[in-house]
Design a protein around this ligand. Sequence first.
Ligand SMILES: Nc1ncnc2c1ncn2[C@@H]1O[C@H](COP(=O)(O)OP(=O)(O)OP(=O)(O)O)[C@@H](O)[C@H]1O
Ligand SMILES: [Mg+2]
Length: 249
Amino acid sequence: MKYSGEPLVVLENVNKYFGDLHVLKDIDLAVGRGEVVVVIGPSGGGKSTLCRTINRLETIDSGKITLDGLPLPQEGRALARLRSEVGMVFQSFNLFAHKTILQNVTLGPVKVRKVPKAQAEQEAMALLERVGIASQAGKYPAQLSGGQQQRAAIARALAMRPKLMLFDEPTSALDPEMVAEVLEVMTDLAREGMTMIVVTHEMGFARSAARRVVFMADGQIVEESTPEEFFTEPRTERARDFLSKILRH
Ligand SMILES: Nc1ncnc2c1ncn2[C@@H]1O[C@H](COP(=O)(O)OP(=O)(O)OP(=O)(O)O)[C@@H](O)[C@H]1O
Ligand SMILES: [Mg+2]
């Protein structure tokens, strides 16, 4: 959880509209190397949009985003490289259904990083081992549980050797008994020093892995604090109201 030096990701004064809807309002956020930031907040607040702007799945209307000191590329090769440097894991696992788990994990390294197939397979097996599903390598996604599929999706993202991992509600589509196995993989990753931005309402994860909680509502960062502070003494009415709702259910 320690981090140092220049921040890896910096958003300055970022604004984003969908038509008339102002979905990101003057967002300022810097994420240090090795830092884990949990983003939390009500539905429609802009959490997914924020993640998507960081790997440029969405463009921004004004402001600036840098990764490793460089502005996000607009297009072409540089953009492809950015996508490989920023791993993303979604709520829906987004694995290729007609490819085995091993093929899902080796595809990017072979195609984008030009890693020889045998080496890619070796690395993929090590990653599958790390997320606890090496025995499932030859199966197709539909033959795996949701938790196993999500761990495969994490392994696939890691295979690109990303500098940053974005997680957008990675456990919210999972049955409760599978949530823990995915959070455990994420907690290990955090401990190993991966820089992570994680949209989640899992307070246990936030408390054990995050250095900072960012509370977003209506396109703004309303509150930023340590997990401990945020969950025990939220400063704003908005955050208190949100927490009372998620704690109740
Ligand atoms: N492609 C799009 N076109 C138009 N509006 C969009 C688009 N994507 C998101 N929005 C709108 O932008 C706002 C922010 O959406 P976003 O998905 O970022 O919120 P969120 O905080 O991730 O919500 P949730 O907790 O429900 O996932 C919402 O009002 C949403 O309806
Ligand atoms: Mg979302």
